[in-house]
Write a protein that binds this ligand. Structure first.
Ligand code: FES
Length: 108
C-alpha cells in the first residue's frame, strides 16, 4: 500500500485502488510510528475531503478538514470535531506499520 518512509511524521498521503466510480480512496496519516487510515469521504455530503493530497487541509497530528464546507475531524479517530458532521465521523480503516510497510491491520 505505502511505505512508512514515504510519509513524513505528521503528514498525509492519498492511496487509491480501482478506477472511476469503483475507486477506493484512502487517506493515510502518520504520527510517529502510528498510522491512521480513513476513507476519503466526508460524512456531510459523501464527497472526498480533497481530490489531491496537496489540497488536503490538516493540522499535523491533530485534525483534518473537508475542503468543501470545512467539517473538521480528529486525526487519531476520525470523529467529528467541528462543522457539518455532528455525531458522525470518517470511516476508519485500521492500519499498522510493519517494518517499513503500511498495511491494513488484521482484526483482533
Ligand atoms: S461536504 Fe464536507 S463539510 Fe460539507
Amino acid at each position: 500500500m505505502a511505505s512508512l518512509h514515504e510519509l513524513a511524521d505528521g503528514g498525509a498521503l492519498f492511496w487509491s485502488q480501482g478506477e472511476g466510480k469503483q475507486t477506493f480512496r484512502l487517506i493515510v496519516l502518520r504520527s510517529g510510528d502510528d498510522v491512521f487510515g480513513y476513507v476519503n469521504r466526508c460524512a456531510h455530503f459523501g464527497v472526498p475531503l480533497a481530490e489531491k493530497v496537496e489540497q488536503l487541509i490538516f493540522k499535523p497530528s491533530q485534525s483534518l478538514s473537508c475542503n468543501v464546507h470545512y467539517a473538521r475531524y480528529g486525526w487519531r479517530d476520525g470523529s467529528c470535531q467541528d462543522g457539518e458532521c455532528d455525531g458522525e465521523g470518517l470511516l476508519l480503516v485500521p492500519l499498522e506499520a510493519r517494518d517499513d510497510a503500511v498495511v491494513i491491520s488484521a482484526p483482533q
